[in-house]
Design a protein around this ligand. Structure first.
Ligand SMILES: *[C@@H]1O[C@H](CO)[C@@H](O)[C@H](O)[C@H]1NC(C)=O
Ligand SMILES: *[C@@H]1O[C@H](CO)[C@@H](O)[C@H](O)[C@H]1NC(C)=O
Ligand SMILES: *[C@@H]1O[C@H](CO)[C@@H](O)[C@H](O)[C@H]1NC(C)=O
Ligand SMILES: *[C@@H]1O[C@H](CO)[C@@H](O)[C@H](O)[C@H]1NC(C)=O
Length: 647
């Protein structure tokens, strides 16, 4: 099938071989390294493939608990080492010295709370604690100034997709998150109160006074928290947006127009067309609270004043071990300078001619995506789900064809974000400057300038499918992992690993467009309930019902992921087999499994996905070719009779 594609794909791979400085590796030996060959492949393949996998102490200190987090930990180590040691003065990457200056300033120099309080003073809010004058505190200006630096104040202002049209971004006003206070947690509350006291002492207050005031600050924050019902776990509830004018009438006490005037200074905007999604219950409660005459200005103003250093976690990391401090400083770079950090990362991974190598890799990924689409289209053309139902078959095909793949652009260092400040030796100043810049950029997205490439996040390795945009997005971190940046000495191994790694990831995301959620959205990402007739939905559900069987724990919760896992690997495998002259299925299955070595983080509660071992084993159990390859008997664990397959 489709010979031109496979030739082009191979060509792209060969192109990379020529360009890349990375030495090619013996991938078979690497596969063996992680394996525990004593475990029978037909009993528990995850154990067979991953029984000897482990992360080093250094990597575990940086969060490695499975293969993916190990990739991230490796990337972090590489960045940390280079930021601490490399001399970038003669680097071709002009952003690198800036990154190093910022990183080193935060790791080495002392920080001071005064930088943060001075920044807030410049808002003109007139804080009594600083100004000695209790009458004229202007909380509206203080609240806006906090947000200019990315911090939350009396509310949390976010820039999010519009609930109706995903290509428009609008403001959301939600209740604050009480990160440091916690909820009904005495220990957290105690620690938080002590933290606020330390900040007050640093501002020159006497111990007894600081203790009293800190207690009042916590009490004030708890009165804010009481406005939020206990069960508001969901952060973004889809609600109809309000106009600013409408909200001004409903909530005159909050002075929203003045707030946005202060916040959006320097940006051209029209109050008449501003749309806001708000948590109305919270804002009404807040309005009542602010109208309370017993509310003490010293308490509220000081609470707002300390939200800024608290947002930047001033002093919270002072006692931590070095690796945590390094990670924290790197985390700041990731948040505030993702573009330049991503560029540095690709330079470290790909060598000096990284731009060229990166562009080639992107082309290669695009070709792989094309191949997978072709293969999937073939399947949609033939599936029984649309038997005698040409209209729905065409709908599905149109949606597949319209699906886009968004990959990150490497930020051009000579044409970076306008007005990126020059980094100096003061960590606090650097943090504030960058935050100010970033918030402005974010606000501009509300008034035009929508995002046109995938996030440049250099430390994220999770691809995702956006239902409402019908597109797959790959973050930059993923492109720096061995999934893409690995060259095997045997060409056939490279192909098998690429197909079972990135090929599988892309296929998994593609299948999400046609899972129980996906089938309600059309080619342009509009919600289109009922676009499929009952007949097709019934046929789909009958087949998908297999994924709700006994083999799956928490099946109803994880069903869409289980569909994407199995159907995705099926698609990746078929694409690989039709594109490769001599496919090596053993390598393909091992490589797939090994990308899921280790266990999910215990606390992370990723309840939408089953545990790695269960995922891998259930997926492979659905693929007859797996049983054939490893000669599993009809009664073995890994070869269940009830094999699930929709497409
Ligand atoms: C790199 O440049 C900076 C500023 O120009 C200078 O302070 C630093 O000493 C230089 N580093 C080396 C190793 O030359
Ligand atoms: C605050 O007021 C007190 C008494 O009114 C005065 O002694 C003190 O100097 C003032 N402090 C500042 C910073 O203005
Ligand atoms: C699927 O069917 C359509 C319509 O018959 C055809 O144009 C298209 O080429 C087919 N796709 C593949 C990959 O065979
Ligand atoms: C099922 O989900 C619950 C919560 O969503 C989780 O605590 C539990 O560990 C899950 N069980 C398995 C076997 O994954």
């Amino acid at each position: 099938m489709e010979l031109p594609f496979s030739i082009a794909w191979l060509g792209a791979i060969l192109g990379i071989v020529l360009l890349r400085l990375v030495a090619s590796q013996d991938c078979q030996r690497q596969l063996e390294n992680d394996m525990d060959a004593k475990e029978a492949p037909c009993m528990d393949f995850h154990q067979h493939a991953c029984g000897n996998w482990h992360a080093s102490t250094l990597q575990r200190n940086l969060g490695a608990h499975d293969m993916r987090s190990q990739w991230v930990a490796r990337l972090k180590l590489q960045l940390i080492q280079s930021l601490e040691q490399a001399d970038f003065n003669s680097s071709s990457n002009s952003a690198a010295p800036q990154l190093a200056t910022f990183y080193r300033s935060c790791l080495q120099s002392g920080q001071s709370i005064r930088t943060y309080t001075d920044a807030l003073s410049r808002s003109g809010a007139n804080f009594p604690l600083l100004a000695n004058n209790t009458d004229s505190f202007d909380w509206v200006l203080a609240n806006a100034a906090l947000r200019e630096y990315g911090a939350q104040g009396l509310w949390r202002l976010l820039v999010q997709d519009n609930w109706q049209s995903a290509d428009q971004r609008i403001f959301y006003i939600l209740s604050p998150k009480f990160y440091l206070l916690g909820r009904d947690d005495d220990l957290m509350e105690f620690l938080y109160e002590r933290y606020l006291k330390i900040l007050l002492l640093e501002l020159g207050m006497r111990v007894r006074k600081a203790a009293l005031l800190a207690a009042k600050l916590v009490a004030f924050e708890k009165s804010l928290q009481k406005l939020v019902p206990n069960d508001v776990a969901q952060t973004l509830v889809l609600r109809k947006p309000h106009s600013l004018r409408d909200l001004e009438l409903q909530l005159p006490g909050l002075q929203l127009k003045r707030y946005f005037d202060a916040l959006l200074e320097g940006i051209v905007w029209d109050p008449a067309s501003l749309l806001l999604v708000v948590d109305l219950d919270y804002l009404q409660g807040l309005q009542r609270l602010l109208a309370d005459r017993t509310l003490d200005a010293m308490t509220m103003s000081t609470w707002l004043l300390l939200q800024l250093p608290a947002h930047f976690e001033l002093r919270l990391h002072d006692d931590e071990k070095l690796s945590s401090q390094q990670e924290h400083s790197l985390e700041q770079l990731r948040k505030l300078m993702p573009g330049p950090l991503g560029r540095l990362q690709m330079q470290l991974v790909l060598g000096e001619s990284y731009q060229e190598a990166y562009d080639t890799a992107i082309q290669q990924i695009a070709l792989l995506f094309q191949d997978l689409k072709q293969q999937f289209e073939l399947v949609l053309n033939e599936t029984e789900v649309f038997h005698d139902d040409l209209a729905t078959r065409n709908l599905a095909r149109d949606k597949l064809r319209a699906m886009r793949l968004l990959t990150p652009r490497l930020q051009d260092p000579n044409n970076g974000a306008p007005g990126t400040p020059l980094m100096g030796g003061n960590c606090d100043e650097n943090l504030l400057q960058l935050s100010l810049n970033q918030a402005k950029l974010e606000f501009r997205q509300v008034f035009g300038e929508p995002a046109s490439s995938a996030p440049a996040d250099p430390l994220s390795v999770n691809a995702y499918y956006r239902l409402k945009l019908n597109r797959i997005e790959l973050p930059l971190g993923l492109l720096a992992t061995p999934l893409i940046q690995q060259q095997c000495s045997q060409e056939a191994d490279t192909m098998a690993k690429l197909s079972a790694g990135l090929g599988y990831i892309l296929a998994h995301e593609m299948v999400h467009a046609f899972d129980f959620d996906g089938l309600n959205y059309d080619a342009s990402g509009q919600l289109a309930n009922g676009q499929w007739p009952a007949r097709a939905i019934i046929r789909f559900s009958l087949r998908a019902g297999c994924y709700l069987g006994d083999r799956y724990s928490n099946a109803t919760l994880t069903v869409n992921e289980n569909i994407a896992d199995s159907e995705g690997l099926r698609l990746a495998l078929d694409t690989y087999r039709s594109r490769s002259a001599a496919p090596n299925l053993r390598t393909f299955f091992l490589a797939f499994a090994q990308n899921w070595c280790g266990t999910v983080a215990s606390a992370a509660g990723s309840s939408l996905h089953a545990a790695h071992a269960e995922r891998v084993n259930n997926v492979l159990g659905n693929i007859p070719e797996f049983g054939d390859t490893f000669q599993c008997t009809a009664t073995s664990q890994m070869n269940p009779v009830d094999k699930c397959r929709i497409w």
